[in-house]
Design a binder for this molecule. Sequence first.
Ligand code: ACM
Ligand code: ZN
Length: 774
Amino acid sequence: MGKMIFNSRMLVLVVWTCLFASGLQAQDSASVRIVPRPVEAVAVAGTFHITSSTVVSVGDEGLKPLAEYFSSLFVRPAGFSLKVCVGGQGNIRLERVDDLSAEAYRLHVDSNGVLIEAGGYAGGFYALQTLRLTLPAAIESFSPVEGVDWTIPAMHVVDSPRFAYRGLMLDVSRYFIPKENVLQIIDCMAMLKLNKLHLHLTDDNGWRLEIKRYPRLTEVGSRRVNRNGVPFPDRRNPLPGESTSVGGYYTQDDMREIIAYAQARQVEIIPEIDMPAHSNAALAAYPELACPVVDKYIGVLPGLGGDHADIIYCAGNEQTFHFLEGVIDEVAALFPSKYIHLGGDEAWKTYWKKCPLCQQRMKDENLPDEEELQSYFMRRMSRYVQSKGKEVMGWDELTNGILPEGAIIFGWQGFGNAALKAAAQGHRFVMTPARLLYLIRYQGPQWFEPLTYFGNNTLKDVYNYEPIQDNWKPEYEPLLMGVQGSMWTEFCNHPSDVTYQVFPRLVAVAEVAWSPKSSKDWPTFVEALDGYLAHLQAKGIQYAHSMYNIQHTVTPVDGKLKVDLMCERPDVEIRYTTDGMEPGVESALYESSLILNGDAVIKCATFCDGKKMGKTLELPLDWNLATAKPLLGLPAPANILVNGLRGSLKQTDFEWYTGDMNRPLTFTVDLLKSYELTECAVGCITNYGMGCHKPRVMKVEVSDDNKAFVPVGSLSFSDAEIFKEGTFIEDLKLKVDVKARYVRFILDGPGNCPSDHVRPGQLSRIYVDEVVIR
Ligand code: ACM
Ligand code: ZN
């Protein structure tokens, strides 16, 4: 080491030009295995070794912190630092150039050294992240590691981001994420060249930022009753006087530390103060800011809150605005970001409709309805934010009324398309569609996942997300600032619950945000991903391996069951058994659909290089008279009701069917010939917190011609039997004594949840997994 290698930048440019022009000796760009995938990258023969005598030189004093940052990476794992100098000829040279944009860089590594040419400080930082990812993962270790050769593969990279806004949102309200864990996530974001951390600091479930003028926001608003043993949607509201033992908040000093740590990593912290809804925590502290017609105890909510989620700031009370302005004063002073996010989502107008102050405000301001009252609220607060020299951000509900001037809209509903309404009015926007980029959703086959909400956003779903749609008007695209993964934390009780949901999907978000649209290639991505995950592993960060689990479908076809097994990872093989044994590397290789026509238990798992990668999936297929028989009266996906396979305790796992709850769920099984029947049953799930309950009435009718049906019996349930708490599966079994070919089930919905339910008044749903006829 030590030899000064680059005498002129021209030489390097020539090398670059030749390499990219000819491709001579270069492997393809995929062979530089880093995420997010660079614009252009070629690996060439050779490696550069970093030792205690390696010198990092920077072209100007302003870049020196970058060299010091890079040097600091080696201190703990390698036990040495690098010499840093300004203006010299180091083995690693970092210089500014003026033909690149601020975040862009060129990187040349050969066995003699490294040259980084950066458009700006940020570009230099990102070049160093590229180097970091190609170093042995032990570079992330917190303690000394012996015997590591700190090498970087020779390569040429030219890189710049696709989008300026490359974000992650962390909901620190539902689950208070300790400061140390936020810092750790920021460092992992930096490795991915993500640059915006949107902190959802306030919600019904906790106020997480010290506001000196309003101490009760944290004294009262950051604490709630302990219902941690119960899933979030099932948690009952607090009672007056109950002790509030679960809490946490960031002091302003904590936040300054987070901001500084993030700034050093090119990450901007964007604070969100949600209004006018998601405000029970603030209103628990200052109940006088709720509409005076609120007749309920206002506490910090441990769960969804039921109709307490309707308790929002009073828009008719001047004190509300004085209070929020006081909060904004401190937020604007604390956060250097030019943005403040004002939320604006999911504001139910229940109390505004009844509140004399809100109604008076509507009269005074000539507002036709409560939506425009919210618009008044948001515009008034936006003007205040702007008076502090900041720009306003908000969720896409702001498009329900007149938009605040200049507001940047975050599209989350309807694949994010709600934001296009704002784009049509010339507003900038960020895409964080719930259906693809909400990291709270399941990331893999649900049978294996910790409990969370809704359907799946798998790693591949996130990776394949393309924000710019063909049907967009041409004026929308320049208004799109970028994309954001949003991590809501309802189901988190520990920092590792957060990182499990965030990683690896945040890597796919980074790829969407940074890499060229044209560079998508799933097998290459997962290979590069493994390199990043090795860094997470070395940091001791828990991440999900869900991409190695098997998703099944079991479909009735011609009186048999067709079993399809799928894994997102293209580099694994699926092996299975049908004899009850645990699958191993010697078990049968799954190559195409399995066809079965009798009871079976399939056990399967994924393997790579002789090693088991995912969890064992067990599929017990139990046959009864209905199995694999035609199911009439419902659309095709309903044939899971006759696929011999039961659902899990998650009604969203694709083994459960739900219909339109405004009419009875009605279907007929054609047994194909007449049988003597003794029992007709359906499997139902109760998931209390999600308002999933069994039917009020189950009627069974039979026929021999599928025209004239005769009733053979029914089961009826009372409210007490239907609206039981908990999550469990029940088979509703009707004993019968009849001979028939066609069996019709009519399931009446249970109706609205009663007033003492966690979802009072909401229409409940029935989910059915299987029909059993004997
Ligand atoms: C949201 O999901 N309520 C923005
Ligand atoms: Zn009011």
